[in-house]
Ligand binder design. Sequence first.
Ligand code: 1GP
Length: 233
Amino acid sequence: MRDAEDGMDSWERLIKLDPEREHKEAMLDQVCKAQVDALVLGGTWGVTARNATDLALALRARKVRRPIWQEVSSECGIAFGVDGYLFPIVLNALDVDVLTRNYVRSLRSYRAVIPWNRCEAIGYIVMNDACAVAKRSRAEIPRDLEDVLAYAAYGTRLCGMKTLYLEYSGKFGDARVPQEVKRAFPHIHLVYGGGIESLEQLNCMKRFADTVVVGNALYEKGLSWLNASTCTM
Ligand code: 1GP
């Protein structure tokens, strides 16, 4: 059983569940059986304290023996009943509200009561212009690998981030991107998410990323392929 206070750097595989979506009993069963290290509740739009807490409690009721964290996307949508919080900082966001101002507004009220020992900032590089977070943050998609490496340097070297997330949400990316990011920044914890719906794809990205994230497959195709698997790393 994982320690609930483990963080991203101890997780190799995650499932990301969107609190705004419907979760049938069979889906939650699959999530509980999945060979993953942690569950993260996160979505770009429509996450509320209510739907995120309901989902956390539904998982708790099934006696999930893995950490349940929330990736926070809205200042009003903070879940109760989770073990920790991830705060995405979209490095290529053009919308300064998403990049900074929403956080600063929230911190003005909640800074003193946030459980900082159970929070992690994650530097996101959004790679797919069609995904929801790209639209919400008005992300400027990297034009080439040099752009990606520049964002990675900005996040890790200038901002001191320990974790970078290559976000291809909805699209399976080019494995050369995590490969080159990891080669250039071997000290960072690299997360890959986007379009993974088979063990082959998961293992392909896991060669270079420290953590891989499975999201939409839960809703589109199911997780039987993941439940049957054992970790190969
Ligand atoms: C989304 O990176 C995650 O934030 C997972 O992406 O939904 O495409 O699997 P998918």
